[in-house]
Design a protein around this ligand. Sequence first.
Ligand code: MRU
Length: 356
Amino acid sequence: MSKNILDYETVDLDVESGELVVIDQTKLPGNIKIIRLKTAKDIWDAIYLLKVRGAPAIGVAAAMGLYVLALNHKNDDNVTFFKKLEEYRDYLNSARPTAVNLSWALARMYRLAQSMKNEPVSVILDALRDEALTIKKEDIEVCRAIGEYGLSLVKPGDGILTHCNAGQLATCKYGTATAPIYLGYERGYDFKVYADETRPLLQGARLTAFELHSAGIDVTLICDNMSATVMKQGKINAVFVGCDRVAANGDTANKIGTSVVAAVAKYYNVPVYICAPTSTIDLDTPTGDQINIEQRPGTEVTEMWYKERMAPDGVKVYNPAFDVTDHSLISGIVTEYGIAYEPYTESLKKLKEQGR
Ligand code: MRU
């Protein structure tokens, strides 16, 4: 039987060759291309250009990437090694600002190295390799746990709407928002999934519809401006989306358009669940107003996915990659330790503490 997209690793470390290995998601769904990355510029570009994307997958790629880059300094003294490690950490961290998993994973790797700073470099490198592999392993376990909690919020036959791609391609397995869908599928829940195409980069059409369809799940692709229609028609029982950063008060940054879906869902009394590993909860950011929203090139809107340019030359384009959904529009935040409800300032803090 031929392999389907779910048989590939979204992010991997080739321990033998010391390379970061990812699916180039910009080529999906037409072409499953695996790329091997070894230089700082190639790893940075892969994150910035969304070859590897989705908050948890970015975190894992950055952790593995940092290890791969640190390998170049295996013969250096400790002072030089740490100087380079710090440089690589800051460089990779500058690739994308909104997903907190990027800085979270890099900080975790750096902290570990610092905790053994007087050990030989070879010993530090072994520990960094193991830590990167652990971050990946944890991501799979965390997503599965999110799936179990998420599944408790819906029933067989339900219609579920999702936005962007918070699927296996955004993580190492199961996804976050798609984890309840995959687990439900295994148990015969027969969900009807609606995937927003997700302008401008079409993660919903190219990635979510692709991976769910490949898994045999009943998925229907809709344009972003159709969510009100399917909700009004009673086709949607719950919205499950992922997120890039959850502020301490529950305000949530996710792919641009999520807050529109959440506002419409509130109007039609459809619950909105944010699926988030606790690594995506950022208690140091008090509210959504402090979240740094990535701005991306206007060409993504005007021409990137078209055969020819679809806007007049020289027209101004505003292209924020994420928006913030106000916590008042969110029915619950599903984590690996359970579901947080209002007041989020208290419930999120409790869940984070459980993680420590
Ligand atoms: O720009 P992207 O494709 O990286 O945006 C991804 C999202 O917005 C996802 O919903 C989010 O990272 C959660 S992934 C589990």
